[in-house]
Design a protein around this ligand. Structure first.
Ligand SMILES: [Zn+2]
Length: 420
């Protein structure tokens, strides 16, 4: 499972993946999932796939985060009556089709971590499509795309492979686009233009900085950012990210965009941008903890966030599952059992680990920024930091400092402590 959702009050935890570039027009030679939406009946959509070029079809249930709440798909093959999706069945059809539902957000806002297909009608109709509850996978087909069409406009994105995080996709006639040197952000949601422009300008600084720190490739990428307001009083702020897009809550006060709304959106976005930008192939604890740490670091530099990973660890560290475990143990357990309860540790303890290293390097007039590129091409033994990298850091911060940080964060410790 490549999508990960967690909800912690006042801490947004997001996972995401690497991204690919976007194809803006229908490519007739690849298998296309056509999602037909209709403004007059916006809460339902029909999905059809022209499968006439395939000798046989075998369908898999969509990847969903909640295995207990699998949607029951009724699939129609050509003109035949729809039957429940059967993963054992092999059929030959010229076309397959099924229906999906979209729901309206709750009155206080929709928790983004709930992963629903949403239809939001103000100010412009906006559909949010989630692979996990919408798109059964045709197996043995790697190159596929998903196109949403309302009769006036069609928008397509590649269908991620089963090894990639699931698709999250927005569709609206109204969005704000921002072109960067090697990728583009398409922002969906009801954010006033002055706030949206302000956010996008800050993205420019965020992206420039992150590109200077993280090794990256130069392929063009397009990233959907779907912003969902949620009343602060609801106590829930969440996010979910997929292969080439993510959906993020931002807290509002009686519907009003506040300084805090900006802070949340920028921090989540910075985290996601790191996944977009980096070409590092890190173990999951490093992938997520570095993204989380640098999200703090850049938003602090921008002056929009005044808390740091130590504060988060202090406030939430003892409440998260496996709080006393080290990151190496968490990585191993997660890899073996895919136990999602280890995930908060990657963010909270992981970000604090990099914060500790960065401060120790800064004490020696260095910066973690100068070391990130050193991770490129190194081998990870059992998810641990590469030996070469560890030696480098140890030399830079001195052995006693390194050993202490390693003991507190990476190895199992008896209590959550900090290296302030
Ligand atoms: Zn992430």
């Amino acid at each position: 499972m490549n999508i990960h959702i967690l909800k912690v009050t006042s801490v947004i935890i997001i996972i995401c993946g690497l991204f690919i570039y976007y194809k803006s027009c229908v490519q007739p030679d690849i298998l296309t999932y056509n999602v037909q939406v209709d403004r007059n009946n916006p809460y339902q959509a029909k999905i059809s796939v022209d499968t006439s070029s395939l000798k046989e079809i075998k369908l898999l249930q969509p990847r969903t985060i909640n295995q207990n709440e699998k949607t029951k798909f009724m699939i129609a093959c050509d003109k035949q009556r729809a039957t429940p999706l059967n993963e054992e069945l092999i059929v030959r059809c010229d076309q397959i089709s099924w229906n999906i539902d979209f729901k309206a957000p709750l009155i206080n806002g929709e928790d983004a971590s709930q992963q629903n297909n949403l239809f939001i009608d103000q100010p412009e109709p906006l559909w949010l499509l989630q692979e996990g509850i919408s798109l059964p996978r045709i197996i043995n087909q790697n190159e596929m795309q998903v196109c949403i069409n309302d009769g006036r406009v069609s928008r397509c994105k590649p269908f991620p492979t089963a090894q990639q995080p699931p698709l999250i996709m927005g569709f609206s006639h109204q969005n704000t686009e921002y072109e960067f040197e090697n990728f583009k952000i398409i922002m969906f949601g009801d954010i006033e233009p002055k706030h949206a422009q302000n956010l996008l300008q800050k993205y420019n600084i965020i992206v420039s900085y992150l590109i200077s720190v993280f090794p990256h490739d130069n392929r063009k990428k397009v990233w959907d950012l779907i912003c969902l307001p949620i009343e602060r009083s609801s106590g829930a702020v969440g996010g979910a990210a997929g292969y080439n897009g993510f959906v993020a809550n931002y807290p509002v006060e009686s519907g009003v965009f506040t300084k805090q709304s900006e802070e949340w959106l920028l921090r989540i976005s910075a985290h996601e941008i790191i996944h977009v930008v980096t070409s590092l192939n890190n173990p999951i604890w490093i992938e997520e903890s570095l993204a989380e740490y640098y999200a703090f670091k850049i938003t602090e530099k921008l002056g929009v966030v005044n808390i740091n990973p130590y504060y988060i660890l202090d406030k939430h560290g003892s409440k998260i599952p496996h709080a006393n475990r080290g990151l190496y143990y968490a990585e191993k357990q997660f890899k073996e059992s895919k136990d999602m309860s280890f995930y908060p540790l990657f963010y909270i303890k992981g970000a604090a680990f990099w914060h500790a290293i960065d401060l120790a390097l800064q004490d020696k007039e260095g910066s973690l920024d100068d070391y990130i590129r050193e991770l490129e091409g190194l081998n990870y033994d059992d998810g641990k930091l590469p030996e070469k990298f560890e030696i480098m850091l140890r030399q830079a911060v001195t052995a006693p400092v390194w050993d202490k940080i390693k003991e507190v964060y990476l190895l199992d410790s008896s209590s959550v402590t900090q290296n302030k």
